[in-house]
Design a protein around this ligand. Sequence first.
Ligand code: GLU
Length: 453
Amino acid sequence: MVQLDERLESILAEVIRRNAGESEFHQAVREVLESLGRVVAKRPDFAEGALIERICEPERQIIFRVPWVDDQNQVRINRGFRVQFNSALGPYKGGLRFHPSVNVGIIKFLGFEQTFKNALTGMPIGGGKGGSDFDPKGRSEGEIMRFCQSFMTELYRHIGEYTDVPAGDIGVGGREIGFMFGQYKRLTNRYEAGVLTGKALFYGGSRARTEATGYGNTYFVQSMLGTKGTSFEGKKVVVSGSGNVAIYSHEKVTSFGGKVVAMSDSSGYIVDENGIDLKLIKEIKEVRRARISEYLRIKGEGKGIYFVKAGEGSIWDVPCDVAMPSATQNELTGKDAKTLVKNGVQAVGEGANMPSTPEAIRIFQEAGVLFAPGKAANAGGVATSALEMQQNASRDSWSFAQTEARLAAIMASIHDNCAATADEYGAPGDYVLGANIAGFVRVAESMRALGVI
Ligand code: GLU
């Protein structure tokens, strides 16, 4: 752990005291404060006006009851959240996560990360995050719809195209966004397309939004590899997860000449030495909504294909040149990082939010592994959400090629901005520092301009 200077240490102590027990939020704040030591040394004006303290305190936190009726006619209760973290750069923007692990600390860490990520995109979007401890696993379509409608029946009063624009995250995809948009439309009697992003194409969605996070992470890693004169061509890649981010990382990595040999879900991971068959993964995950072990059942034993149950091994034991953790927070531990380094990993691109533990990041950086933090590498998703808002505002619909070209340009500029900022602050190649500082400076400058509000 980096020793913080006295001032930053006391800011962190206060964050921990006021947000007791919210370990993921403490972790996310500590990482940013570790980078800010160099900022306050060079630009002491950023430590004035309680700017840093204000940035660590969400502007608004909403917690609400979500009652719904299951298929057995039983009344169920979940908890809903929306943390509107920072609106200095634009309306709050960030996804909704439906997962049983969700609590206020997790939503706060995600909202905090989102604020810096959104700043890095260069688009006019503030940071927020929300969700529920609802578990969509095994729920019927009717149950999902009733839950989404009930969730929106409270959330609608807090959002709007100029106020707060939610989207998807874990457990929330196109289907859920559709149900929530429908309920918002009914409650408000307004066809306000820009209130949610991640919509389907036929009612105001953007082409390339589904692919954007995975494609964007792949573009970012390709740029990092480029700084060392190499590329994805011929590289072995492990992508954890098998949701939206993982699937479209696989697609782009493959188009760049890399080979994805392992993917996972919460039940375990599959390895296919010949390269994971993406068509089959899409069928299992997007159509059947089944477990990843189906892959082995369909393909059959042997032929370099095997499945390892969760808890009986780590996907990071699979040797690779590039690791793209795209499942969830803290999924890649210090032990995993050691294994990856021992196996010769050259680059890591975080497709998920904060998937590597602080110890894992330290191990990668000390070993000279190129490391792309999520708030930079996975920003392509939210950047394309901002492009969706732009299309909605102008009642336009862009082609896939045009939208992907914008995404690629945004990712290249995030990469270059992080690298240049790391250079400027005396830590060449440190993308964590570069991302934290570049994101912070944009938000802080804007907050200062807007006065104490
Ligand atoms: N949930 C995604 C993220 O972590 C996307 C958010 C959005 O598109 O607003 O950035």
